[in-house]
Design a binder for this molecule. Sequence first.
Ligand code: IVH
Length: 765
Amino acid sequence: MSAAKTPSGTGASGDEAAGLAVADLDAAKAAAEWSRLAEAVARANRAYHAEDAPEISDAEYDALKRRLLAIEARFPGLASAESPAAQIGAAPSETFAKVRHAVRMLSLENAFAPEEIGDFDDRIRRYLNLGPDAPLIYTAEPKIDGLSLSLRYEHGRLVQAATRGDGETGEDVTGNARTIADIPETLTGAPAVLEVRGEVYMSHADFAALNARQAEAGAKTFANPRNAAAGSLRQLDAGVTASRPLRFFAYAWGEHSEPLAATQMEAIERLNALGFATNPLTRRCDGPEALLAAYREIEQKRATLGYDIDGVVYKVDDLALQHRLGYRSTTPRWAIAHKFPAELAWTRLEAIDIQVGRTGALSPVARLLPVTVGGVVVSNATLHNEDYIAGRDSNGDPIRGGKDIREGDWVQVYRAGDVIPKVADVDLAKRPADAVPYVFPTTCPECGSDAVREEGDSVRRCTGGLICPAQAVEKLKHFVSRAAFDIEGLGARQIEMFFADDTLPIREPADIFTLAARDAANPSKLKNREGFGEKSVRNLFQAIDDKRNIQLSRLIFALGIRHVGEVAAQDLARHYGSWKALVAALDLARPAAEAHRAADLAEKAERDAARKEGRRPRIKEARTAALTQAAVPEDAAAAWADLVGTDGIGPVLALSLSDSLANPKERAAIDRLIALPITDLPPEAPATASPVAGKTVVFTGTLERMTRAEAKARAEALGARVSGSVSPRTDLVIAGPGAGSKAKEAEKLGIEMIDEDAWLRLIGG
Ligand code: IVH
């Protein structure tokens, strides 16, 4: 590290206090030394967190902070709430080692209304092909409001504790977890490998006592028990964690070398027998009604439990059924969290601002007089869209009794879980006399382009595309985000900085990968800038280089094309296998895409005409006429059919994708990116080598041993592509009774066809 980058004062050898042991300082020297250290620590905190550009090593940082704390311990008068030593969460997360979870740590789907629980049960029955009267047992247990932790035991010894992180990679907090009394160090009679998962939390009484102690010491107090638990677990010094009264409830498990039990309830009992605290309110329920009864009972006990819970979790009891139900991308199908109702508060709506997002959506944001809602200060809330402000739903029917929302109004704000606060209601009795109806802008506040609402879209969108700076910058933020390129050291904040920079700008994705070369050619170097240093710039360029090899699905997702989410990007990557093939297919299919848009317009015109003339619309005829008139070449029609026949890809997504690649500005930006030395890795290899990996399969006819959804999920888990239509690319057709045109087509094309039993034998049951 260069001397110029040393935090001010730390190198001041003339300062005699700096050379003395803490025990040798007198009050005056201690005060001078405290100021010097406090400034150095604060500066390092700023560089690390606010600027994501550390200037000193972790070891140097720790040494500074230790000395600061030692001085504060000897001269308590110097400690204050402002002291950088009191900043919790200042522990840089990079100082915890990363842990890749052997089994991902997932989250839960949320439900709020009782009807959703019936839907949950219906969905499960449908998936498992169970009739409405077949017995199906669930468990209900409190949803603990803390943070989840995974504990890995090998041969009965605790070897690792990791936070959830992003679900795939968490932080190693083993030393800290060992200080928690509820977490056993050794287990007797456990499987050789067992990952126990559960929630770290703090009781109300311990939380109050901790805050009182913190306040007395002039240190930071915590907003709620969950923050206190998180801040206490993520301490660099396990000694601090040990002094914090944390607790742990076990409710789930990750990798395990032997089955724990046959049911959820028995597994929980087993964990309890192994020495873990499990929640005593956990019970079995025989259906939605019993679940709702458990919910009401737990809700009634909520205030007297002595710790925070934010809902009730329902899980399918039978572990074999859990296994069959499996997972969606981030949540299990076999569980749901029934959350307690949202928390409410009334406050004044000071202004309505419009934010422009990645896809051009104009989103109205309520700027509020700050108000505490459920323990959190809220000053912004979403107003959804222009209809919501005007007091009507997407069909034009009144909501809130048709009351509109105006600047200056007194509004009700609510929060539910971690979601963005929303404005729920408005008090007309308190409306100021001069309040005027809100006029939603029809031009983009960021670039002045027209903002239009398309038929059937509740959102008004800026038409500026990449010329709109707001869209361009949001697209870039999306490009570097976690599920996309995930470039360390290049987050939303840095993107905004580089976007506004004239010397070394990043205005489109390709600019990221030319950053190092452009910096080398510039007379003024990035490393000499405020907030950067030699090391952080080297790390940044390395992190960018590391992403020149990227999974195809991430590349597709990163482009931020409307409707193309993570799952669709994976479907496209699996189906086409390479970027080149995807683009070639879309270019080939373009005349068909245009024809389908023309058909959509013809359909709309026909509907309008029919409404006016009071007759039934002839939709099919209108579409067919438009398609015939477009005279789509056969190869284009086939490429389009293949695209929309790909499972998970519908016409709306296909059109959006086609439009993006046909838009000259967007296409040029994408081409500039692809022309760089960037490789798209083939789609992620399936978890296990299976006889169907990489094969395209089609299910048709009635399946008798499993539902369509289950068949599809299992095939995909084994690495197969599931398509909705038979084409020359199909490898295998699984035909049940009643198979019709698809089976005929397969026969015509000479594609292998098997029945459901043969399929089950092929994939191993
Ligand atoms: S089960 C595969 N059970 O809620 C899903 N989660 O919103 C495993 N949580 O990340 C989770 N109490 O941190 C489960 N009784 C409980 C829970 C619980 C709290 C947390 C957990 C999870 C989050 C999802």
